[in-house]
Design a protein around this ligand. Structure first.
Ligand code: ATP
Ligand code: MG
Length: 218
């Protein structure tokens, strides 16, 4: 099993939105996906209730119980666990960062988000945890100096995962209805972005020391 945590102390950068659509895209690609919702706002727990399906279970867990809960999932045949966290440093966020094979730090292409990622990066570096940045809510044209600046800054800080994720209504509509974007509009640009994001993350996870791609979905 591989574990991805969405972390950044910056609220509203898109952790829950991308986590839910990525979970669906990975599930469609053959992974057995489980989500731990470590955010007291319970965004993904509410998303799951709206979804009303058991295909991608969403549960909460206390930070102290997270390692044992992850071990139990792996034993039960889950191949991908996605952890969503609150937009603030907390024991739950620290536990998620520590448990994850890879931490994803979403940031919007604006100065405040980019500055805030510095702190998250420092925390992860101090903990010696692996991480990548994800640039979210880019203007769909992408020919924009603000985006270019964001790309440069995040690449310099340690690595940006592809693709750039655009600002699209599909992300908001999918979340509202308990879907992933690839279910809401399978042929849309957002669906394409989430399938590509899962491919990139899967490749990146395969490079994490000691973590091999699952046989089933390799
Ligand atoms: N790519 C996108 N396109 C359009 N809207 C987006 C996109 N990503 C996120 N949003 C919107 O931005 C807002 C914040 O997103 P979200 O709640 O996922 O952020 P978050 O990082 O989980 O926030 P919090 O730290 O409060 O949990 C939401 O209204 C969401 O619909
Ligand atoms: Mg959230």
């Amino acid at each position: 099993m591989r574990t991805i945590a969405f972390v950044t102390q910056k609220g509203g950068s898109g952790k829950s939105t991308i986590a839910s659509s990525l979970a669906v895209a990975a599930h469609e690609a053959g992974e057995r996906v489980f989500i731990f919702d470590l955010d007291p706002q319970q965004s993904l727990t509410k998303w799951s209730k709206t979804r009303g399906e058991a295909d991608i279970p969403v549960e909460s867990v206390t930070p102290g119980k997270l390692p044992a809960a992850l071990a139990a999932l792996a034993k039960g045949g889950v191949t991908l666990c996605i952890i969503d966290t609150a937009g603030a440093e907390s024991p739950a966020t620290a536990a998620a960062m520590k448990a994850a094979d890879l931490n994803v730090i979403p940031a919007r292409p604006n100065a405040f988000d980019l500055w805030a990622t510095e702190q998250t990066r420092k925390t992860l570096r101090d903990m010696r945890r692996d991480f990548v940045f994800l640039l979210n809510q880019c203007p769909p044209s992408q020919q924009n100096s603000r985006v270019e600046e964001g790309v440069k800054a995040l690449e310099a800080m340690g690595g940006l995962i592809s693709p750039l994720v655009s600002s699209r209504v599909d992300y908001q509509e999918a979340a509202r209805h308990g879907f992933g974007v690839s279910e809401l509009n399978p042929s849309g640009h957002a669906a394409d972005e989430m399938r590509k994001l899962w491919s990139s993350l899967k490749r990146r996870l395969a490079k994490v020391k000691g973590v091999m791609p699952s046989k089933k979905a390799a």
